[in-house]
Design a protein around this ligand. Structure first.
Ligand code: 5RP
Length: 228
């Protein structure tokens, strides 16, 4: 990763700390940007806060920093959710799921009063799907059927497999398989979401539409805070 992108992540993470100060129960996403945020959180203390992690990875890091980690079963509402994204378009719609945590991330974001996303400038795109496919989470036993169905409907789709340390499918923390779907140009995102969610076997998609309240964009030497 370039130094500029690393710096942009740090600046965005520092800005995001403001939103943590004003809340007690805080949902936290997954990924390298969130990793930078977690380091900033550790520096600042925040021992009185309760963090609701979107993945085992985030839970592990939080607990290694001696921060309070809640199990989702004990939480009814979250005051604020902080996470990053793989791509963000001009309408603040996003693709998420590069780290295969999309389902928990979407649930936590939905049940949070305020949703704050922080990205470095390299995540901004003109059109979602322009750089990478859309991850979807699928019940593993139905991977072949879902894949076939997607291909019959004209989607280019591939099952995500591990590159090392494991043979075969990537299985998420929730036990789902991940299929990466190329987003067709010119198709309405709401239509894609509706269509994918109508296929049994698909648990969730990484399309986050109208889910951002505040978008923090980190640049090499500044941050931009955009509100919906
Ligand atoms: C995990 C995600 C991440 O937010 C997304 O992949 C961005 O990760 P990174 O900060 O490492 O670029 O959706 O499921």
């Amino acid at each position: 990763m370039s130094n500029d992108i690393e710096m942009a992540k740090v600046l965005a993470a520092k800005e995001a700390l403001k939103y943590i100060e004003e809340s007690k129960i805080i949902g936290i996403g997954t990924g390298s940007t969130v990793g930078v945020l977690l380091k900033e959180i550790k520096e600042r203390g925040f021992r009185d806060k309760v963090f609701v992690p979107s993945s085992l990875e985030t839970a592990l890091v939080l607990s290694s920093y001696c921060l309070n980690v809640a199990n989702t079963i004990s939480v009814k509402k979250i005051e604020i959710y902080l996470d990053s994204a793989d791509e963000v378009d001009q309408n603040m719609n996003m693709i998420k799921g590069g780290g295969a945590a999309l389902t928990t991330e979407k649930v936590l974001a939905y049940f949070s009063k305020k949703k704050v996303f922080l990205v470095d400038y390299s995540k901004l795109v003109r059109r979602l799907g322009e750089r990478q496919p859309l991850p979807i989470e699928v019940i593993p036993q139905f991977t072949s059927m879902v894949l076939e169905e997607l291909q019959e409907r004209g989607y280019k789709a591939t099952v995500r497999t591990a590159s090392k340390a494991k043979y075969g499918l990537i299985i998420s923390d929730l036990g789902g398989a991940i299929i990466d779907v190329t987003l067709p140009e010119g198709k309405e995102l709401t239509e894609v979401e509706k269509e994918l969610k109508s296929i049994p076997g698909i648990i969730e998609t990484g399309l986050f539409l109208n889910m951002v309240d505040i978008l923090i964009v980190g640049w090499k030497n500044k941050v931009e805070v955009l509100k919906r």
